[in-house]
Design a protein around this ligand. Sequence first.
Ligand code: GDP
Ligand code: IMO
Ligand code: MG
Length: 433
Amino acid sequence: MNNKVDILLGLQWGDEGKGKLVDVLTPRYDIIARFQGGPNAGHTLEFEGTKHVLHTIPSGIFHGHVTNLVGNGVVIDPVVFAKEIDALVAKQVPVRERLLISRKAHVIVPTHRLLDRASEASKGESKIGSTLKGIGPSYMDKTGRNGLRVGDLLSADFNARYEALKQKHMHLLKGFEEHYKADPAELQTMEEEFMRGVQVIRELTIIDSEHFINKSLKEGKRILAEGAQGSMLDIDFGTYPFVTSSNTVAAGACTGLGIAPNRIGEVIGIFKAYTTRVGGGPFPTELNDETGEAMRKVGNEYGSTTGRARRCGWVDLPAMRYACMINGVTQLIMMKADVLSQFDTIRVCTHYKTATGNTEDLPFDISPSLIEPVYGDLKGWGVDLTAMREESSLPSELSDYITYLEAQLETPITVVSVGPDRTQTIERKPAIV
Ligand code: GDP
Ligand code: IMO
Ligand code: MG
């Protein structure tokens, strides 16, 4: 069996454009599988003049020939999931026929969302800036061995198990009362929606997805694992504690789908031609000035899930080198190059200055008091890229930027994206296949 699973994942702090590229690459695959995260993700796709935002459903859902799998590593909120299904059905997408769900995926219950809010409220100034979708509390219950899984939704004693978990959460919420008090009426509404969502999930195709994936590989099926969040938000390797609660890196695809490490093929690392971050935590190259504001405006940098303004800054090579190393990235995809057309100079953080000297590596703590980014400058291109479709049309300054990043990251950039639409994509080297 030579067939392998390719992985597409974000190298920065999320929102790199994973949804768009998964949609673009889907015609080359038979199965698209999410392996971690949950409704904290917001993956945007644009084609034929319409924009679609997906949270839990894989970004291959608009293609008829493809099976979309929500793997065991994902946490599912039945409320968000049911809404996503309704929205797709309203767009005439036969989502139920194209979707499979792992029996082992964990379920986000309403009190997980309340605990997320309570935990953030108790942190005050040092809050993480969570999307408040219940991600942290649900992964805590998974590792704490208290969680409910999709398979449990089908068991006869589901209601009793749900009640027991809820009671545990109600005790925990009492401990937060100084900072956050749950509203019983709101909880009741949330529970009604939850039970409706549970019923929607029960009627979907629930499978033992680790068997399905491995059998599909044996049959020669082509599989793409779709990452959520980004490497710098990884629970182990991100800017802890300002991270999400799952392994967003390539290794997460093994545990989140049940595939062995020697079954991983291409690791496609996707990044913006600049950097964004939403929520709290260190961001060395952040621009709190009119340049950052211009990136936000032209790049439309507002969260797909929460609508929050994203923080913007230049590319950070120490962080990207680190992400390439941890993930074993075999090829790179550069997104949103068009957003930089407005600048005369393109800056790149090449290394950090620290108390003990310069470093190109990522230190344990990248708080502003400990490191200072050092920049190199490249010439901007100053022309609109959005109508370009061929590599040969790209301005030489952009080609120089691409070549420079390839050399620094020792990895080829195979695709350059010049706009949000499916068609605004330039493939440079036929590497993905
Ligand atoms: P994801 O979470 O990685 O899927 O990324 P998001 O969908 O949250 O954020 C990416 C945003 O950039 C979306 O609004 C996309 O429509 C948009 N986008 C993707 N690629 C490009 C591009 O090349 N240029 C521009 N201007 N926008 C893009
Ligand atoms: P996609 O898949 C960007 C951020 C939140 C917060 C931190 C923890 O669209 O790239 P959580 O809700 O997981 O407890 O939040 O992680 N975050 C994201 N930022 N894109 C995402 O997903 C994100 N998912 C979580 O803003 O800082
Ligand atoms: Mg997003």
